[in-house]
Design a binder for this molecule. Structure first.
Ligand code: NAD
Ligand code: UDP
Length: 313
């Protein structure tokens, strides 16, 4: 089979770096494009001696031209701390990034996959969330730059598909964790692990009874690759996530158990618009992608704790 040339925007980020690795392992050529806002060269340094890997510093708000066979569009800060740091830039990244990458896909007539998010469901009134649910999103809150930016990107993907026949794929990613998460990005899994390993207090926002469903990164990457391989008639959106739901209190006690840490939970104010519950309905992914997550939270946390333990020494 001919080697495919694949563009991964946000490729030096947490999920992007795992995706680049997977695509290279499958014998493809990878162009990894990133502006290093939340990602780093460190995440892909082990790929740099592969002659089929190319690292490009570029910001997706500006047009980009290259001859490629497929595009995965992941460029966007993903943690609340980082996407709220420059909210206007977050909207520009989602919206202008989508327009620039869709323009490239249109010109080249290639498939393009959008890394969308469960945040499009906002603070959901339907539980678990199927793709047919339109969501409950505040358009003017502190999470809106991310949620509405991603919703607008989905709209752009569908309109480029309907109007211009662009070959699109939309994946709605639920909370994903694993090695190479940025220890500074404030997401709950990395925060709890780093705090536990340092012996610091475990910061529980609100009463800790809010829920999330945590998906290990390898399962996520598998779903993305399978989605890209579907025929053009299936555009998604399709949910990818692990449907086992945990409260933040349960997550904290699991992290404490697995690290053997003596850290104590402390309660902090709940950030604005923080969703109370989240759990994917993955029936569509099972049917269309023949996919379901394989890694349970305990197993995934052990691997992730091992990573943080190593980088913090
Ligand atoms: P991440 O922050 O590690 O990765 C994002 C990458 O995009 C980083 O390398 C960053 O430097 C890069 N980037 C940001 N703005 C850019 C710009 N303007 N131009 C070029 N590059 C830019 O986060 P992640 O968790 O790996 O998320 C990857 C994608 O998956 C994002 O689009 C995110 O919205 C989506 N997603 C992630 C999760 C999750 O739980 N991790 C959940 C839902 C959706
Ligand atoms: N959270 C927490 N302590 C932290 C970081 C986050 O209790 O140190 C909570 C946060 O309020 C939210 C959940 O954990 O309810 C998941 O937060 P994260 O930022 O990881 O993802 P998102 O809210 O985007 O799903």
């Amino acid at each position: 089979m001919a080697r495919k040339k694949i563009l991964v925007t946000g490729g030096a980020g947490f999920i992007g770096s795992h995706l680049c690795e997977r695509l290279l392992n499958e014998g493809n050529e990878v162009l990894c494009l990133d502006n290093y806002f939340t990602g780093s060269k460190e995440n892909v340094v082990h790929l740099l001696n592969n002659p089929y890997f190319e690292l490009i510093r570029h910001d997706v708000v500006h047009p980009f031209h290259a001859d490629v066979d497929e595009i995965y569009n992941l460029a966007c800060p993903a943690s609340p701390v980082h996407y709220q740091y420059n909210a206007i830039k977050t909207v520009k990244t989602s919206v202008m990034g989508a327009i620039n990458m869709l323009g490239l896909a249109k010109r080249l007539k290639v498939k393009i996959l959008q890394a969308s998010t469960s945040e499009v469901y906002g603070d959901p009134h339907v539980h678990p969330q199927p793709e047919s649910y339109w969501g409950n999103v505040n358009p003017v809150g502190i999470r809106s730059c991310y949620d509405e930016g991603k919703r607008c990107a989905e709209t752009l993907f569908m309109d480029y598909h309907r109007q211009n026949g662009v070959r699109i794929k939309i994946v709605r990613i639920f909370n994903t964790y694993g090695p190479r998460m940025n220890p500074e990005d404030g997401r709950v899994v990395s925060n709890f692990i780093v705090q536990a390993l340092k012996g610091e207090d475990i910061t529980i926002y609100g009463d800790g009874k809010q829920t999330r469903s945590f998906q290990y990164v390898d399962d996520m990457v598998e779903a993305m690759v399978k989605m890209m391989a579907t025929d053009d008639s299936f555009t998604g959106p399709v949910n990818t996530g692990n449907p086992v739901e945990f409260t933040m209190l349960e997550l904290a006690s699991l992290v404490l158990e697995l690290t053997g840490s003596k850290s104590k939970p402390v309660f902090k104010p709940l950030p604005g618009d923080d969703p109370k519950q989240r759990k994917p309905d993955i029936a569509l992914a099972k049917e269309k992608l023949d996919w379901e997550p394989k890694t349970g939270l305990r197993e995934g946390l052990v691997k992730t704790i091992g990573y943080f333990d190593k980088i913090m020494k």
